[in-house]
Design a protein around this ligand. Sequence first.
Ligand code: NAD
Ligand code: TYD
Length: 341
Amino acid sequence: MRNLMVTGGAGFIGSNFTRYMLEKYPDYTVLVYDKLTYAGNLDNLKDVAARFGDRYAFVQGDICDAATVREAIRAYDVDTIVNFAAESHVDRSIMNPDAFIKTDVYGTYVLLEATRELGLERMHQVSTDEVYGHVPEGASKETDPVAPRSPYAASKASADLMVNAYHITYGLPVTITRGANNIGPYQYPEKVVPLFVTNALDDQPLPLYGDGEQVRDYQYVLDHCEAIDLVLHKGEIGEIYNVGTGTEMRNIDMTRLVLKLLGKPESLIQPVRDRPGHDRRYALDVTKIRALGWEPGHTCEEAIEKTVRWYVENEWWWRPIKSGERYREYYRRQYAGREIT
Ligand code: NAD
Ligand code: TYD
């Protein structure tokens, strides 16, 4: 397991994972295979291309395109796929689920078939806590049934089921991680934390859905990357591992913390109409990944603090995104007229 194909590696978590693996393993190579959708951005990998030139390569391609996937695997002698490629934003899946079904479901199937046909050593699927659905109390274990409630969550749950089916039917060497909400460098400013931080920096309203009492487990992205690395090397084939801090935070408290860290007033909080089918709480039982030898390196608060600092120091990265017409059009569509006064 030395030549990785990181699909979706130009996105938020995939780019952090690519940098992390190249730094940690001097004898590994990484091929980033990415379609470069609105969320894919080669700026996320600018330093990686400069620092690891000979061990890093990039191919622009769609995971739904079986021929291009196979070509890339052969050309770069790939032995392991780590699949981050996905449409990843719940609100966009509510607006238009089409691309979610194509990429998250069919695309994962294409990668499974390629793994099978070409006899790769491993296909790792990066999944999410959202597949368990709303969790009113307690914490989801890996053995709990999936009960997704948004088109995004349903597309990811479908992929998990297919990955599992390929393991059972064909003995494919697969593993799955189900991560809680990630935050940190290079997260597209549609997700709540980078959206709120960058809006606050510009004294723009922070659109808080509903009553703000929803609960998430905000984990630092590099902790998640460490866990995926551990599962790749020490995880059991065919197994699923939850990854998160195992603690929880209400959205209103996350919002107040962001404002406090930036020295901005709470009057910037703008309550807006709730997300349809909003999952009020996710909570993961992380006993299994801890038993493998992993510990979260940051609390939710520490992860938020580090993230805020990165966005303060890296305007070069997010300003061009937020000022672009594509982003502004999305923002209008998602938020215009949604204010609760
Ligand atoms: P992201 O939206 O930032 O990045 C997704 C990347 O996939 C982009 O670079 C995009 O160009 C690429 N992509 C999309 N469709 C593609 C296709 N058809 N072919 C090839 N590339 C394609 O997402 P992210 O937040 O980095 O999430 C990465 C993975 O982790 C996803 O599978 C997501 O479901 C999962 N996940 C995310 C979180 C989170 O909090 N962000 C938590 C748990 C799991
Ligand atoms: P998000 O970052 O979209 O991740 P998730 O996949 O967990 O929904 O949203 C995190 C939480 O923040 C979720 O409860 C919805 C809420 N939220 C807002 O209140 N306002 C917003 O503008 C967004 C994008 C999310």
